[in-house]
Design a protein around this ligand. Structure first.
Ligand code: FRU
Length: 462
């Protein structure tokens, strides 16, 4: 199934990747063990799934503009999370309902077929605020039988089908099967600027009925982007990326937040949401998505932050942003622990001395008070239950972020060429950030730390 616009876009993407790809690939800040766009811009992970023997990672891809541009669904797949194949974009903005961007969504895998639910973005020309008028946010379904090409694409819901009290901002469907039915959550902004999730039910994957709305008793932000709703080890969690949550002390330090509520009761009927927890306290983490892989639930997030006042020098080389490493989620009562998928350990090379460290994996037992200085650029300090991450060099506008983990007992740091993922106390708290140390800067200095370090190898991407 393709049309003339899609064929032209396909050719343009191939050309821009061929022409601009080498410059992006030669950037000293290009990550070694993270997924990033071949050229241009990347944001949210989309359609994460296990399809037969393959893991599929789709993502918001702006191939023509490293600062954004019209969104496609970029595509990688892998059998082991280590060797990746870059495939042509799965979805192009080529239908009347997605002409200004194939926005975020998710995958449902059933009977050897991949169902990709996404938001088609349409921006009408005119004098609109694009919140209450002028924007179409359409829920659409693309079906694939081979996981590589799209067999059909259809419009399922338009703005007129959503509840009366919501604005045009209704997007990012997350779909799953349960109890012989299908469920979908959509993030929404109401006309009173309240963030909420719309819950839909379907018997056939195509006709959807609004059956419930999930929100907090007090307004918590004006829009909940990229929702996810899942049960882990007997506890339900509602995950989302709320916009418009104002900073309170060391909480909600970024322009937009990203976290979860434990959900009690039934998302289809009577429910309550427990205390909101932030998923990450660093500068660059947003719009994560989870998926089931056998017995485990994996999560990948976007290593970026929309509308932030800091930036990334990689734009000069024609690309921007990346994904986090895949992580496993574990339940600790009403909280989630997040740890790197064990597969990442296969990338560990030789043990190295701290002064040699550049691209590395560090595991440490820590004293209650201590400090790590990474490549002269990032300073991690902890004492009396508070941990700070200060970018003293190469922050491109990033300054300091805080976490409150209680006593710091252990740290794991995954340091790539231009990113840090810092897992505190077995994933109770995580800080994810991009950073840009001088390319040859090396070494980790520490106090209050018993560390083991490994040089990290690279993902193989073909
Ligand atoms: C989150 C988001 C989504 C939207 C997509 C567009 O980063 O704004 O809500 O679908 O990005 O790229």
């Amino acid at each position: 199934m393709s049309n003339a616009l899609q064929r032209d876009l396909e050719r343009l993407v191939v050309r821009v990747e061929r022409e601009d790809g080498p410059r992006a690939a030669a950037d000293p800040y290009r990550p070694r063990f993270h997924l990033m766009p071949p050229v241009g811009w990347m944001n949210d992970p989309n359609g994460l799934c296990r399809f037969g023997e393959w893991y599929h990672v789709f993502y918001q891809y702006g191939p023509f503009d490293p600062t954004g541009g019209v969104k496609h669904w970029g595509h990688y797949r892998s059998r082991d999370l280590l060797h990746w194949e870059q495939l042509p974009p799965m979805l192009y903005p080529d239908q009347p309902w997605d002409i200004h961007g194939v926005y975020s969504g998710s995958a449902l895998v059933e009977d050897g077929t991949m169902y990709l639910y996404y938001t088609g973005n349409v921006k009408y020309a005119g004098d609109y605020d694009y919140i209450t008028a002028g924007r179409g946010h359409n829920t659409a379904l693309a079906v694939s039988h081979d996981g590589v090409t799209v067999a059909s694409n259809e419009l399922l819901l338009e703005n007129k089908d959503y509840p009366e009290n919501v604005t045009c901002h209704v997007r990012d469907p997350k779909v799953w099967a349960q109890d012989g039915k299908y469920y979908m959550v959509l993030g929404a902004r109401t006309k009173e600027d309240r963030g909420q999730l719309l819950v839909y039910e379907s018997a056939n994957k195509r006709n959807w009925k609004h059956i419930n709305t999930l929100t907090t008793p007090e307004v918590f932000g004006y829009m909940w982007e990229c929702p996810d709703l899942f049960c882990l080890d007997g506890q339900w969690f509602l995950m989302c990326s709320p916009q418009g949550v104002t900073r309170q002390g060391n909480k909600y330090q970024n322009v937009y937040s990203c976290g979860y509520f434990p959900l009690h009761g039934d998302f289809r009927g009577a429910y309550t949401l427990g205390e909101y927890q932030e998923l990450d306290c660093g500068f660059d983490f947003y719009a994560p998505q989870t998926f089931v892989d056998g017995e485990r639930r994996l999560l990948i997030g976007w290593m970026g932050m929309p509308d932030a006042d800091y930036t990334n020098p990689t734009v000069e080389n024609g690309w921007q942003h990346g994904m986090t490493v895949p992580c496993e989620l574990k339940r600790d009562s009403e909280k989630l622990l997040r740890v790197p998928a064990p597969e990442m350990e296969a990338l560990r090379g030789e043990r190295i001395a701290p002064e040699q460290a550049q691209i590395f994996d560090l595991e440490a037992q820590t004293a209650p008070r201590g400090r790590l200085v990474i490549r002269g650029a990032a300073v991690l300090e902890w004492d009396e239950g508070t941990l700070s991450l200060t970018l003293v060099q190469g922050g491109s506008g990033r300054t300091v972020r805080y976490a409150e983990p209680g006593t710091v007992r252990s740290l794991r740091v995954l340091a790539d060429a231009s990113s840090l993922e810092i897992f505190v106390n077995g994933g109770e708290q995580v800080l994810t950030t991009r950073y840009y140390p001088a390319p040859h800067a090396c070494g980790v200095q520490s106090e209050g730390v018993q560390a083991e370090l490994w040089a990290m190898g690279a993902l193989q991407i073909q």
